[in-house]
Design a protein around this ligand. Structure first.
Ligand code: GLU
Length: 473
């Protein structure tokens, strides 16, 4: 049997780290076993719909190079799966449950429901629908359905418990008594998440449901629906919660968790995939850095953890620094180019741009941090009063004059030759150490600390270096 999984987000905002984790685990599992992954937009809650959420989602997945086998790809020729476009399907299915007496209409007003809830809470009972409308005569209820606003609820069976197996949690049993008669169709005629989700998972042939642990309390209701319809249940795999370092639940309020924000801050897609793959899953050994293709081979449901996964931003930064250092330079240049351009830094001299990126990528955690290390190579050096004093003093003058004169002798210096020239400058001027390096670096780069002098000159080019050494202060 072919494995088919799905990522089923509600378009209520940007894709968050938790959503990416769910999508990625589904994707990896499908790839691992040669199955398919469906993208299904669960947009039945019209009030929570956010404009452009789907477009954002698709462009974020594009940036991460995650693709779907079925789903609403813009301009694509497969899908689209928008639940809001599938209302007739849910209507057809709910009719079957109504006919079987497994679902019933409820005409209770919001005020009436609130009143009943209040009573239950005062008498310390489980808060759930009091089944007033279940007492209605069936014929009368059918008539009222034609003209009165109503919802349709599932009739939780009288059995003692609902039982199901989760690949991660193993046996899960919930007492039916604790379950509410869940609304399946709302008064606006749209299905609720529970109903549309189960109907679609079945009709789309979903074999494995991988989703966040926060959905675990919904699963017994889904299991009951599968039983009502006599449908085969998919395998359930609930992924552990994502936590802040203080072990509280990772939430939007605790800082930004939108994937797009991380991309916009200069975290690489490669890093995000690798980092998120390790949120609740562990590899066979101690290896920490995995490319997507490697993850597709390594992933296994067996190594999904039970306990919550801590989102550690320091680890994310470390991982990004590793990718910045180790990915091919062309890849880093591609990521850096738009960021440099946005900062007004010229990237058309490809040789220089490459050298600048090569220098900066070893020193930072994000693409954006490269700007600070790169700007001095492109813009005129600015000196503070302190810098000026340093450059004006006698040893500095001696160093800069000697060094620049020698440098002007030819144009094709190698880094090794410049190193020798620096040593010669020390010998001839008698100025050493910090007093030697600081004025040269300051004149060339505008900062007393930074890359080695030979590297600086290599990046700037000899002509620009000589120009800068002619500094008038
Ligand atoms: N629409 C739900 C969500 O937004 C899907 C949950 C599930 O995968 O069943 O996460």
């Amino acid at each position: 049997m072919e494995v088919k999984v799905r990522f089923a987000p509600s378009p209520t905002g940007h894709l968050h780290v938790g959503g990416l984790r769910t999508a990625l685990f589904n994707y990896l599992y499908a790839k691992k076993v040669g199955g398919k992954i469906v993208l299904r937009i669960e947009d039945t809650d019209q009030s929570r719909k956010v404009e452009n959420a789907v477009e954002n989602l698709i462009s974020t997945f594009e940036a991460l190079q995650i693709s779907f086998d079925e789903g609403p790809v813009q301009g694509g020729d497969y899908g689209p799966y928008f639940q809001s476009e599938r209302l007739p399907i849910y209507n057809e299915q709910i009719k079957l449950l109504l006919e079987d007496g497994k679902a019933y209409p409820c005409f209770c007003s919001a005020e009436k429901l609130e009143e009943a809830r209040k009573k239950q809470s005062e008498t310390k009972q489980t808060i759930k629908y009091n089944r007033q409308c279940l007492k209605l005569d069936a014929a009368e209820a059918r008539k009222r359905m034609e003209k009165e606003p109503h919802v349709i609820r599932m009739k939780v069976p009288g059995e003692e418990e609902v039982l199901f197996y989760d690949v991660v949690r193993e046996r899960v049993a919930i007492r039916c008594e604790e379950l509410d008669d869940q609304v399946l169709i709302k008064s606006d005629g749209f299905p609720t998440y529970h109903f549309a989700n189960v109907v679609d998972d079945h009709l789309m042939g979903i074999t494995h449901v991988l989703r966040g642990e926060e959905w675990l309390p919904s699963t017994p209701k889904h299991v009951i629906l599968y039983q009502f319809f006599n449908w085969k249940q998919p395998k359930f795999i609930h992924l552990p919660l994502l936590l802040n370092p203080d072990k509280s639940k990772l939430s939007k309020r605790q800082g930004d968790v939108a994937v797009e924000d991380y991309l916009n801050k200069g975290f690489l897609p490669e890093t995000l995939i690798n980092f998120v793959a390790l949120l609740g899953w562990h590899p066979k050994n101690e290896q920490e850095l995995f490319g997507l293709a490697e993850l597709e081979k390594e992933f296994s449901l067996k190594r999904i953890n039970k306990s919550g996964a801590v989102f550690d931003i320091e680890k994310l930064k470390w991982m990004n620094s590793q990718y910045l250092k180790n990915l091919p330079i062309e890849t880093i240049m591609n990521y850096a180019e738009p960021v440099f351009k946005a900062e007004g830094l010229e990237t058309t001299d490809v040789g220089k741009f490459q050298a600048v990126v090569e220098n900066a990528r070893k020193r930072v955690d994000t693409i954006h941090e490269m700007i600070e290390h790169s700007t001095p190579f492109y813009t005129e050096v600015q000196f503070s009063d302190e810098d000026k004093n340093l450059l004006r003093n006698e040893p500095s003058q001696k160093v800069v004059t000697f060094f620049s004169k020698k440098l002007s002798n030819k144009s094709n210096w190698t880094e090794a030759e410049i190193k020798i020239l620096v040593n010669e400058t020390a010998e001839k001027t008698g100025v050493k150490g910090k007093d030697l390096y600081a004025p040269l670096r300051l004149a060339l780069f505008g900062a007393a600390h930074g890359p080695d002098i030979p590297l600086l000159i290599d990046i700037l080019g000899v002509d620009e270096a000589i120009n800068r050494l002619k500094v008038q202060i």
